[in-house]
Design a protein around this ligand. Structure first.
Ligand code: AKG
Ligand code: FE2
Length: 315
């Protein structure tokens, strides 16, 4: 075979491979679109489960959009024994991070050590919250916990640098004094979330996605609603639960929630994308930016592409 023939055949084979790969990608997307519609199951209370298999979690919670507390996954985490206020003060005290008020507004920044001192001051106005501290810059902290099997996260296929650039490099730590809250909200971009409690107790109130219109874009405080100002809230059906240390709660996509620290507390949370919410997430990205919305599914399918696009400055 001549060199020319070999070149021609290579070209044909590579083109064929690319076309087949793209067809597989499009078929997968069609199947995914069918599978991942926004579904939710109204509840009267949040169930607590242990010994839950991955299949049971999918069948009873992920696929039907229903929160659950899982009581037996954190027990082997080092974080549960190691992370406390003294540990963060001595090991990470000089790190500065944002603090937020109960409307999720950033109110400035504090060092971890100053925030921990502030938590212990006997002052009823301690409402600033060191929430959403992204810890991917401290890989040793990532060693202290294990992603629960229930929550596969496609975002982990992407380079950490890219996630950091877009501040999507969860997990995040929440260090909060008694009564702090980030306010009522749904998690960003239709992501699902889990939240594990290391210490303290958290009160959580949930609303199904269809109650959005009663919630005034999260301006209402679900723990102390002003019904004169937010009259439609009277129609809402909040479901409350208290999260105890060592427990993890699953927050399905688009469920509105408000979390309040009943005591000084330390929590760890993550948001995630997988087969049960990916199309909702892509849609949310598409609404924010057509480029991001089309690129996200592509780079999740072909993670090498994200390295190339990042290196060339396209994303
Ligand atoms: O305050 C917390 O522990 C969790 C807050 C929350 O739901 C969030 O940041 O998305
Ligand atoms: Fe949240």
């Amino acid at each position: 075979m001549s060199i020319d023939n070999i070149t021609n055949w290579s070209f044909v084979l590579i083109t064929l491979f690319v076309v087949i790969r793209l067809i597989i990608y499009l078929l997968k997307r069609m199947w995914q679109k069918n599978k991942c519609r926004l579904v939710w199951t109204p509840i009267d209370f949040v169930e607590r489960r242990s010994n839950l298999s991955g299949d049971e979690f999918v069948r009873e919670y992920a696929s039907v959009g229903k929160p659950v507390i899982i009581t037996d996954v954190m027990q082997d985490w080092n974080a549960l024994r190691k992370w406390n206020l003294d540990f963060f003060k001595s090991e990470y005290g000089s790190i500065e991070y944002f603090v937020k008020d109960d409307t999720n507004q950033v109110k400035g920044s504090m060092t971890i050590a100053d925030y921990i001192d502030y938590m212990n001051v006997n002052n009823s106005e301690r409402r600033l919250y060191l929430a959403n501290w992204l810890i991917s810059y401290y890989p040793e902290l990532l060693e202290d916990y294990k992603e629960p099997i229930y929550f596969p996260n496609w975002l982990q296929k992407l380079p950490r640098k890219l996630l950091q650039k877009y501040e999507y490099d969860n997990p995040e730590i929440f260090i909060g004094s008694k009564d702090t809250s980030v306010g009522l909200h749904e998690d960003p971009d239709s992501c699902a979330a889990w939240l594990g409690l290391i210490s303290g107790r958290k009160q959580i109130v949930f609303f199904t996605p269809d109650q959005k219109d009663f919630l005034y874009a999260g301006q209402v405080d679900a723990f102390n609603p002003n019904l004169e100002k937010f009259s439609l809230y009277a129609k809402a059906k909040p479901v409350e639960v208290t999260l105890e240390p060592g427990e993890i709660i699953y927050i399905p996509p688009k469920w509105w929630h408000q979390v309040k620290n009943l005591e000084n507390s330390i929590g760890l949370g993550n948001i995630f994308v997988n087969e049960w919410n990916s199309e909702l997430v892509f849609q949310a990205f598409l609404e924010e930016s057509p480029i991001k919305g089309h690129l996200l599914p592509l780079i999740l399918e072909f993670p090498w592409l994200s390295k190339f696009l990042l290196a060339t400055g396209v994303i």
